[in-house]
Design a protein around this ligand. Structure first.
Ligand code: GDP
Length: 454
C-alpha cells in the first residue's frame, strides 16, 4: 500500500538524529566581586591568577568544560549585575536570567562577609521561583570561625548555604559532590552539539525535481557512503561529497521512493517534510519554475520557518524557462515569497546540471548565518543605535523602552530583549530588518523574544 509505504519512510527511525548529547550546564551567578571567577577557576582546577569581575552588564556568558569525579559538565560564568553607570536597575540581571533559563542547575554566589544586598533581590526572586536546583554558595568562608556568617544566609529562602572558600578550596569538593548528585547526565536545556557532516533536507512538493537533484548531486560527485544495505544506523540518509566536503542528505529514501499518491498526498508529504526537517540543519526547498508558485510551496516554506532551520531556495527546471514565464515567476516570487527574501536563491537545472555548483556556497552561507553569535556588547550597541535613530512610538502615553538585549542561542539566532512594555509588531519587524541590514543573516530565520519587566 503506497500510502503506508510513505508513512513508514517518514516515521522510520525518527529518533536517530545524530546529535552528541549536550553536557549538563551549571550556571554561576552573583554580583561582581563575590568570587565567581575564583570559584570557576577552582572548579576547573586552574591555577591561573583569579580574574576579577569587571562591573557591567554587557559581559558575555562564558562557557567552560569541567570535570569532577569523572563526570563532565559545562560551567557558565555570567557577568555580575551591579547597576550600570546610568543606574538602569531593571536591566542589570538580564544576563543572569538568560543563563538560569539555559542551565540545569544554578550556583548563586554570595560573599558571606557582605551577605545578599538589595541588588541581588531580583535574582533571588527568580531563583526562588525556578524549579531548577539552586545552590546557595556562601563564599569567602576561609575558616571555621566564619561559618556562622554563612548560616545567616538561610534567610534568603534558597535553602541551605554551602560555605566555601573559592580562593583556598575549602568546601568546594563537598559543594560539587552535592551539585553532581542532582545534575542530569545530559542537559535538558542546553543546545546540543552537533557532530559529523552538516545535515541537509531536500524538500518540496511532488515532481519539482527533488530526486533528480539528489541523483545529479550523488551521480556526478563521489558518493562517499551509499547507505542502502543497512550497514549504518540510519539507512535513509546519504552522505555525498559536494564542493570538497561531505554533506549528509537526510531522509533520502523518502525522496527516492517514487510514489504517486492521490488521496492524502498533502498530508503525507508534509509529514515527511517535517520528519526530514527535524533531522536537518538546513533545508533546500525545491521549486518548479515551470509551474506557478502554489499554496503547497508556501506551506512547505512555512514548515521550514517553523522548524527554525536554515533555508535555501532552489528554482529548478531552469532549462525549461522562457522569457514570458520568467517575468511571471519574478512577480510571483515578489508577491508570495517576500517573507523569505533573505534566503539564498539558486537557479538550477537538475536535468542539465546547470548551476548545481552554486548550491554549496548557498548552503554554507545559510549555515554560517544559522550558527552566528553576536556578542552581547555588540548587540546592545546595535540596540542603542537603533533606538536612538528610531525610538518606539508612544502608545497610550507610554513608550516601551528596550533595557537590554542578549543572544540567548544560535541555530537559529535567538535574541531576548528586556523591555519596559510590549513592543509593537511593526517595531519588532523593524528590529529584525535592521539586524539583517547590519549582520546579514542570509539564509537563517531570526527569533526575537521579549521579556517585559514589571
Ligand atoms: P520529485 O518528485 O520532486 O522527486 O521530482 P523528480 O525528480 O522525480 O522530477 C519530476 C519530473 O521532472 C521528472 O520527469 C524529471 O525528469 C523532471 N525534472 C526534474 N528536474 C528537471 C530539470 O531541471 N529540467 C527538466 N527539464 N526536467 C526536470
Amino acid at each position: 500500500d503506497a500510502d503506508l509505504d510513505v508513512l513508514d519512510a517518514a516515521t522510520e527511525n525518527p529518533d536517530e538524529i545524530h546529535y552528541l548529547p549536550a553536557l549538563p550546564v551549571v550556571a554561576i551567578v552573583g554580583r561582581p566581586n563575590v568570587g565567581k571567577s575564583a570559584l570557576v577557576n577552582r572548579i576547573l582546577g586552574r591555577r591561573e591568577a583569579v580574574v576579577e569581575d569587571t562591573p557591567g552588564v554587557t559581559r558575555d556568558r562564558v562557557t567552560y568544560q569541567a570535570e569532577w569525579n569523572g563526570r563532565r559538565f559545562s560551567v557558565v560564568d555570567t557577568g555580575g549585575w551591579e547597576p550600570d553607570a546610568r543606574g538602569i536597575d531593571a536591566s542589570v540581571a538580564a544576563q543572569a536570567e538568560v543563563a538560569i533559563d539555559l542551565a540545569d542547575a544554578v550556583m548563586f554566589v554570595v560573599d558571606s562577609n557582605v551577605g545578599a544586598t538589595a541588588t541581588d533581590e531580583h535574582v533571588v526572586r527568580l531563583l526562588r521561583k525556578t524549579k531548577k536546583p539552586v545552590f546557595l554558595v556562601a563564599n569567602k568562608v576561609d575558616d571555621a570561625r566564619q561559618e556562622a556568617q554563612a548560616t545567616e544566609l538561610w534567610s534568603l529562602g534558597l535553602g541551605e548555604p554551602h560555605p566555601v572558600s573559592a580562593l583556598h578550596g575549602r568546601g568546594v569538593a563537598d559543594l560539587l559532590d552535592d551539585v553532581l548528585k542532582v545534575l542530569p547526565t545530559e542537559s535538558a536545556y542546553a543546545q546540543r552539539e552537533v557532530g559529523g557532516p552538516r545535515r541537509v533536507a531536500i524538500v518540496g512538493r511532488p515532481n519539482v525535481g527533488k530526486s533528480s537533484l539528489l541523483n545529479k548531486a550523488a551521480g556526478e560527485e563521489r558518493v562517499v557512503v551509499n547507505e542502502l544495505a543497512g550497514t549504518t544506523r540510519d539507512p535513509v540518509d546519504e552522505q555525498i561529497e559536494l564542493g570538497g566536503r561531505v554533506w549528509r542528505f537526510v531522509d533520502t529514501a523518502g525522496i527516492r521512493r517514487r510514489v504517486h499518491l492521490q488521496q492524502g498526498a498533502d498530508f503525507y508529504a508534509s509529514l515527511r517534510t517535517s520528519t526530514a526537517l527535524e533531522k536537518a540543519e538546513v533545508a533546500v526547498v525545491v521549486l518548479d519554475v515551470t509551474q506557478p508558485i502554489s499554496e503547497q510551496d508556501v506551506r512547505i516554506i512555512d514548515l521550514v520557518l517553523e522548524s527554525g532551520r536554515a533555508l535555501v531556495l532552489a528554482y529548478n527546471k531552469w532549462d525549461l524557462l522562457d522569457d514570458d514565464r520568467r517575468r511571471y515567476l519574478e512577480r510571483e516570487i515578489e508577491q508570495d515569497l517576500a517573507h523569505v527574501a533573505w534566503a539564498p536563491r539558486v537557479n538550477i537545472s537538475a536535468r542539465t546540471g546547470r548551476h548545481l555548483e552554486k548550491l554549496v556556497p548557498a548552503l554554507e552561507t545559510a549555515l554560517e548565518s544559522w550558527d552566528t553569535r553576536i556578542p552581547t556588547g555588540k548587540f546592545n550597541a546595535f540596540l542603542a543605535e537603533l533606538t536612538a535613530a528610531h525610538p518606539h512610538p508612544v502608545r497610550g502615553g507610554k513608550q516601551p523602552r528596550i533595557l537590554f538585549g542578549t543572544q540567548a542561542a544560535s541555530r537559529p539566532p535567538t535574541f531576548v530583549l528586556f523591555t519596559t512594555g510590549f513592543l509593537d509588531p511593526g517595531y519588532r519587524r523593524y528590529i529584525q530588518r535592521r539586524l539583517r541590514e547590519i549582520y546579514g543573516f542570509e539564509g537563517s530565520p531570526i527569533v526575537l523574544n521579549m521579556r517585559v519587566r514589571e
